[in-house]
Design a protein around this ligand. Structure first.
Ligand code: FAD
Length: 488
């Protein structure tokens, strides 16, 4: 039986392990943390349970297709995807149902319901044109891409305005600045700047409003738990608190991982770690690391996990409290490498859907602002400054006390994201999409000059976020089947 060594039990690592085990490979996963999940993790504190990283779940069928029926997790489609709060006191509910959302927009903004429906229709079209090529194919292998349906898709490319920037596109689509800001925000879903990122990111609106956003009944960490159970059932062997120290992978032939000073040989290796960390620390390929460092990293995050001793009827599951000057926010993040004085604040309250996540009459708040990657900032100062600003903003916009209701607190900053997950600088999604050609520059799932080494996870093709990490695992497994064989 041929064997595969997987580095990292993040979403991509878990998913590829399941796929390879089903193909008849003997799979061993090495994870430096005590448990699986990577960025998708959870935290228990003072009687509260918090999802630590991802909170928004889309394209759930990509998870379902990996799990046996009895391991599938229950999840429900959200009625309101996000509740948006503005400093002028207005509140827009982004309903999952496009017509209801469009009605809400026509009632609360200067834009018409038709403008929203037209925008979402276009987003759906972009998905049809781009998803097969840019999300579900290896993309870096021309031979795989030359098919009749792809020829049709290629002919449609001029219609999707691939060379426009998202903010410009949104400004051309809507007259109300609140709506422009709402749709600009989708660029942050892969850690990018809407003023630089391509208009094709409009496609994310399709995922939320046409296909739907979901919530797993027991919270997001249930996704990692289910994948791990499935992997174990499929015969995957896990080693936790076992960091890989080095990858020995030059040329053809077997690969090896150095673990605890011992060499372990494999027929192939799959990396689920941040690809820049892979080259810098594990393969020690200085040239490739330098080349990747030229790509602008995605943003990181600063998160406050607050146990609140009361409930807030004004809040939904996902809530956004927008900044007044969105352009300045991204200028701060990507140019000045700091957090601006009035950041947009995201508040996720999983206890709204799963009351077990907080004691009775209380709520668990996951309060996040986008942060720059670590480049030596004074994070203690930034944390205390940002905390004060968030509290003031939420108290002002909710017209309610916040600070004195906090009974449990934990903070995560880019430094900790880096030390916990090995993502260089704490970048959440690898490279940003702050360039029209970012998708083409993303690291592939396999490279000719590194035979027997495959890449999955949020820092490689097709990108970050749970659905794309799951897609990366499918692409890598298909490539392995074709190049190295399947033994099932
Ligand atoms: P990672 O999660 O990066 O895991 C890599 C694993 O490798 C880790 O477990 C790490 O411990 C391990 N590792 C590192 N070095 C070594 C080593 N030397 N040896 C062995 N193991 C090692 N996505 C969404 O879809 N929706 C969201 O709402 C969303 N929100 C997010 C919010 C936050 C705050 C964060 C941090 C992320 C969010 N994401 C979201 C992104 C999503 O979490 C990631 O894209 C995805 O989980 C990354 O998975 P991955 O496969 O790349 O592995």
């Amino acid at each position: 039986m041929k064997n595969a060594g997987v580095i990292g039990a993040g979403i991509g690592g878990l998913a590829v392990a399941i796929r390879l085990a089903r193909m008849g490979w003997k799979v061993v996963v090495y994870e430096k943390a005590e448990k699986a999940g990577g960025k998708l993790n959870e935290l228990q504190a003072g009687g509260f349970r918090f999802d630590k990283g991802p909170s928004l779940f889309t394209l759930p069928h990509l998870l379902d297709e990996l799990l046996d029926d009895d391991l599938r997790i229950p999840y429900r489609k959200l009625d309101v995807v996000t509740r948006y709060f503005y400093e002028d006191g207005s509140v827009i509910n982004a309903y999952a149902d496009p017509h209801r959302f469009a009605k809400e927009v026509s009632e609360k903004t200067s834009d018409s319901s038709e403008s929203v429906l037209k925008y979402l229709k276009k987003a759906s079209f972009i998905y049809r044109v781009t998803a097969t090529i840019f999300i579900f194919s290896s993309f870096h292998r021309l031979s795989k891409l030359i098919t009749l349906p792809n020829l049709w898709r290629a002919l449609q490319l001029p219609r999707i305005q691939a060379l426009a920037k998202l903010h410009r596109k949104n400004k051309a689509s809507f007259s109300d600045p609140r709506l422009v800001q709402l749709f600009d925000r989708f660029a942050t879903y892969n850690g990018s700047n809407p003023y630089e990122a391509p208009a094709t990111l409009q496609v994310i609106a399709h995922l939320e409003h046409n296909l739907g956003a979901y919530f797993p009944d027991r919270g997001m960490y249930a996704i990692a738990t289910a994948l791990q159970k499935q992997a174990e059932r499929s015969g995957v062997e896990f080693h936790f608190t076992t960091p890989v120290q080095k990858v020995l992978a030059g040329g053809e032939g077997p690969k090896a991982l150095l673990i605890g000073g011992q060499q372990h040989d494999f027929d192939l290796v799959v990396s689920d770690v941040d690809v820049r960390y892979f080259y810098d620390k594990l393969l020690m390929d200085v040239g490739r690391f330098r080349e990747l460092k030229k790509q602008e990293p995605s943003s990181s995050a600063m998160i406050f996990y607050w146990g609140m001793k009361r409930q807030y009827q004004e809040l939904d599951l996902h809530n956004i409290f927008f900044s007044e000057n969105y352009a300045n926010e991204f200028e701060c993040l990507f140019r000045r490498k700091t957090i601006c004085d009035d950041p947009t604040v995201y508040v996720y309250v999983s206890s709204k859907q799963n009351p077990d996540d907080a004691p009775p009459e209380m709520e668990n708040w996951f309060v996040m602002v986008n942060a720059p990657v670590n480049s030596g900032q004074n994070w203690q100062n930034l944390i205390s400054k940002t905390r004060k600003q968030i509290v003031l903003k939420l108290e002002r916009m909710l017209k309610a006390s916040v600070n004195e209701q906090i009974v449990a607190e934990h903070v995560l900053d880019p430094l900790q994201i880096e030390s916990l997950t090995s993502s260089v600088g704490g970048a959440i999604y690898g490279a940003s999409s702050n360039s029209l050609f970012a998708a083409f520059r993303r690291h592939p799932n396999v490279r000719k000059d590194l035979p027997g080494v495959y890449f999955v996870g949020g820092s490689v093709h097709p990108g970050g976020g749970i659905p794309l990490c799951l897609a990366s695992a499918k692409i890598a497994a298909d490539l392995i089947k074709e190049k190295e064989g399947s033994y099932a």
